[in-house]
Design a binder for this molecule. Sequence first.
Ligand SMILES: *Cc1c(COP(=O)(O)O)cnc(C)c1O
Length: 391
Amino acid sequence: MNYKISQRAASLTPSLTLAIDSKAKQMKAEGHDVVGFGVGEPDFDTPQHIKDAAAKALAAGFTKYTPAAGIPELRQAIADKHQRENGLSYKPSQIIVSCGGKHSCYNVFMATCEVGDEVVIPAPYWLSYPEMVKLAGATPMIVETTDQTEFKITPAQLRAALTPRTRIFLLNSPSNPTGSVYTPEEIKALGDICVEKGVLIMSDEIYEHLLYDGAVHQSVASFSQKHCEHTILIHGFAKAWSMTGWRLGWTAAPEPIARAMDAIQSHSTSNPTSFAQKGGVVALTGPQDHLPQWLAEFNRRRTYAHQKLNSISGLSCVNAKGAFYLFPNISRTGLKSTEFCARLLETERVAAVPGIAFGADDYIRISYATSMANLEKGCERIEKFCQRLGQ
Ligand SMILES: *Cc1c(COP(=O)(O)O)cnc(C)c1O
């Protein structure tokens, strides 16, 4: 038998975050005391009232197919959220609910891109974006940024990256992996260029609610009707409601794009899980009082880790105003990120993700979605590791 693998699949780079994670899990299983800074999900449980709503729906037999784009009640709740929190007027028909924000991104590329199209992606980027662009047959155009600009792309860099083939500019603020947050002025400046050039903006706003130091989030869609017409907004329940395993995310998009995504979804996954959608409704319409507590705890850890990492000889770390990641610069250690992380795991039993996975080889990603005790233990081990390197 010839198990020929499609060019499409063969061209993908397997996820390095998952590889590190499985190595760390294996070491744990062998009895090693491993500190995990690799995970990209909150360490808090889904709020109880959301779990109750899904359990109730399940018990009541809400277990059948729903419309492929999601139940009307959820699409309405999402439209209401955008009106209330972002000042955006979407019709429920412009909202497509998918099996996670990742699936939303994938369907956007499938609905809008083809061979010859270019997607401009600022690095450091969420590692799935370029691979999803390739799956859609299009070409990722990477624009590098550094900690000198807090990992933010400048308007001049965006202009220089645009060509007549540019279909989408990808904006992710707050950012995974850097935690950077663009100011409203910075977002508007980038949005203005896309409007001027007729380029779509895919705005991944899944970390919208995870902000610190008084940072504010403003959706690029909110600056004018024109901005909204150029924006495909990605969001989901994974981060601010800690629902990663529920697989529930959404897209708010101009009607023709929403219709195309609905068609794609109707022939691939069909609807996201019926009773999970009922949980999603309550996540948006119910109390949000879990969030201030989570933010206070995340902020305490962020403050500690930022200060500790900066005190370590060989590292420097800009403070991030969002999400739950820090992205320290390791270039002064003389190691590239893969070797740094492999040796850190081997010798000190700390799992961090090499920046090369995100297109930035001089950095590593530290997720502080772990307990304060773990964070302290892990940071102290990183300090010891760097001290040995320096000797
Ligand atoms: C976590 C995440 C998502 C969505 O994750 P899902 O689990 O698929 O909902 C989307 N974008 C970024 C940048 C993320 O970090």
